[in-house]
Ligand binder design. Structure first.
Ligand code: PRX
Length: 635
């Protein structure tokens, strides 16, 4: 038997944790605890809220269901995530503990103790106040992967304002839409970001976005690349000028448990992105609990979540979760295989990373480069691995297990969503694993696979993945659009009052969950979430396009690839030049991640008699699947 997982058992279906892993786990009796929590989820979360989170004032009610589906957690409690993430740590010995190690793409390393981070957050919080940001205001943050990104998030939260982080890969139109939706008067950005030795011109993109977002009054610009940037006097300010000589004393605003903490936009089935609203109390409890149980963080761990802070994974498990637990995290600025294919493995060795959390798409990318790269590195510090964002195919799972984890490290395949705030279906180190399955719903999470009528699906029968009981990290609403929130998540199983995830899944005879994929018009490309409608509306906004349909087709590396069909306006000829022009147009409207891999010009699109495009038929045609029921097809 190896130290990590019993390989003899692995030859049957389960990968069983070794006795050493079980003995060291934060919750060795997790499976029993899970049973208990299933009977009384509210008591489970109540106990965690008291164990892991400090409250300025205690809550009087754990869960208020009276306004369902607008649930409230920890009602009456007063807290601030920054108190739990920083303030309380600097009061004790963790003041000198390393909170964050950051390596730039060019190899520069910066290390922040909890005290350092606390000081910088306080200073930037004072900067925001000086720019007129008050409790309840929104601040849009559009930056590269630099330490100042978490600093800006924490500073915003510290003064009770609401951050809206926009991923640095989005285009100016996507940025403008998000700024306008959130009505942010202040934007924080960088001159540029480094990626594969080149710069992404963030300030230039921001400037263009602001021509469409007149609400913005102040822009803070971090100097990262030193490139030339245009400047609007009175509006634009350098980060270093504003933080120079500013006080590092800033009180932390006591927040109501249900006050907004942040908005994070995500794609859905219409073109307009949905601002998911997470709040101050329940979110903290959920992410701290899940991170503690699943990645089993110890004081001497060096934890690396390789996601981007601009996505929910980064919010919950790079910024807030690890800091609440007082952990030491690594953050890396650049692209995975740059400049060498073993950059990541060299980082694991250099910093003695013990827990590595990444996405299947990155793993498949590394698989392509060959095992010689990870095999060059013993990476003996690693003890746990994680996966998120899309189903991990068993082949990639085994490669990750063998070549990165050296057959010593269990893989935590965590299923969750921007909407859920934190892990929902996941193993902990003591749960026997099956490659490709997220195993079981986390303690206190009541998930099920059901049929359309709400009855539970049989073992191995495909169905709708639903959550049957509220959980503390759940999205509270869609910013400015409560009706859409109800319609999107709570209408399919309204009678039962269940949350519909949008995913289809299957549960096997051992009760293990297997995620099949999205049932709505969302495509996961390299783990990024894109709405078909977003890309379609970008295409039809081009003057030469009359109609467009977009589907996702299976792709070995990316999980799915974007396939677009366009009907051109009368008299327009479809040729290679136009194809490239349209791809550029999508890049400009949404961002590089949304550019279709394949684009066909067609004369017609299959539609229902009511005029809805039948994407299912397009997909069947492309993938060579049977067409299925075509009775609603327009004659
Ligand atoms: O389809 C599921 C897939 O990603 C969707 C959520 O995407 P997003 O909001 O961008 O959040 C990603 C990071 C949490 C889900 O509806 N998904 C996420 N994790 C997994 C997954 N599919 C299979 N296995 C996973 N571990």
């Amino acid at each position: 038997m190896t130290e990590g997982i019993d390989l003899a058992a692995a030859k049957s279906e389960f990968y069983h944790p070794s006795p050493r892993v079980v003995a060291n786990a934060y919750a060795p009796d997790y499976l029993a605890l899970r049973e208990q929590a299933a009977n009384d989820p509210v008591a489970f979360w109540d106990a965690r809220a008291k164990e892991l989170i400090d409250w300025y004032e205690p809550y009087t009610q754990v869960l208020d269901q009276s306004g369902a589906p607008f649930f409230k957690w920890f009602v009456g409690g007063k807290t601030n995530v920054v108190h739990n993430a920083l303030d309380r740590h600097v009061q004790g010995w963790r003041k000198n503990k390393v909170a964050l190690i950051w390596e730039a793409e060019d190899g520069e390393v910066r290390t922040y103790s909890y005290y350092d981070l606390w000081r910088e957050v306080n200073q930037f919080a004072n900067v925001l106040k000086g720019l007129g940001v008050a409790k309840g205001d929104t601040v849009t943050i559009y930056m590269g992967r630099v330490p100042e990104l978490p600093i800006a998030m924490l500073a915003t939260a510290k003064i009770g304002a609401i951050h809206s982080v926009v991923y640095g890969g989005f285009s100016e139109q996507a940025l403008a839409d998000r700024i306008n939706d959130a009505q942010s008067r202040v934007v924080v950005t960088c001159d540029g970001a480094w990626l594969r030795g080149k710069t992404v011109n963030l300030k230039e993109i921001t400037d263009e976005a602001l021509t469409k977002a007149p609400v913005v009054e102040q822009v803070v610009v971090l100097k990262r690349t030193g490139q030339d940037v245009a400047w609007v006097e009175g509006r634009d300010h350098w980060w270093h000028d504003l933080t120079h000589d500013i006080s590092a004393e800033c009180p932390t605003e006591p927040m109501d448990a249900e006050d907004p903490l942040f908005i994070l936009y995500t794609s859905g089935s219409t073109g307009k992105p949905k601002g998911q609203l997470h709040t101050c109390g329940g979110y903290q409890v959920h992410i701290a609990t899940t991170l503690q149980y699943v990645f089993d963080l110890k004081e001497d761990d060096r934890y690396w979540c390789a996601a981007d802070p601009g996505w929910i994974t980064g919010h919950s498990y790079i910024v807030y979760g690890p800091l609440i637990l007082g952990a030491t995290s690594l953050m890396y600025e650049g692209a995975p295989g740059y400049p060498n294919p073993d950059r990541w493995w060299a980082l694991v060795e250099k910093f003695g990373v013990t827990v590595l959390y990444t996405a299947p798409t990155a793993i498949r990318g590394f698989m392509r480069l060959g095992e010689s790269w990870p095999d060059k590195h013993p990476m003996q510090s690693l003890r746990l691995l994680g996966s998120v964002g899309e189903p991990i195919n068993p082949e990639a799972w085994r490669w990750y297990y063998t070549h990165v984890g050296k057959e010593q490290c269990p893989i935590m395949d965590t299923w969750w969503q921007t909407e859920t705030g934190g892990f929902m279906i996941t193993p902990t180190p003591v749960v026997p694993l099956k490659p490709g399955s997220g195993t079981l719903p986390f303690a206190g999470i009541l998930a099920d696979v059901v049929r359309e009528d709400g009855s539970s699906a049989d073992a191995n029968e495909d169905g709708y993945l639903v959550i049957k009981h509220p959980w503390p990290g759940m999205t509270r609403t869609i910013w400015g659009d409560p009706d859409r929130f109800k319609q999107t998540y709570w209408a399919d199983f309204a009678q039962q009052g269940w949350y519909f995830t949008g995913d289809s899944a299957r549960r096997d005879e051992d009760g293990y969950f297997w995620i099949i994929g999205r049932m709505d018009d969302v495509i996961k490309v390299s783990g990024y979430r894109l709405g078909t409608a977003e890309i379609e509306s970008a295409l039809v906004s081009h003057p030469k396009v009359a109609e467009a349909a977009v589907i996702g087709v299976p792709d070995e590396l990316r999980g799915n690839a974007i396939y677009a069909f366009c009907i051109l306006r009368a008299g327009v000829e479809g040729n290679d030049a136009l194809m490239n022009e349209l791809k550029q147009h999508v890049r400009h409207e949404v961002g590089p991640i949304a550019v279709p891999q394949q684009l066909d010009f067609v004369a017609t699109l299959p539609k229902t008699r009511s005029g809805k495009i039948m994407r299912r038929l397009l997909k069947a045609q492309v993938t060579g699947q049977p067409l299925g029921d075509t009775s609603t097809l327009e004659a």
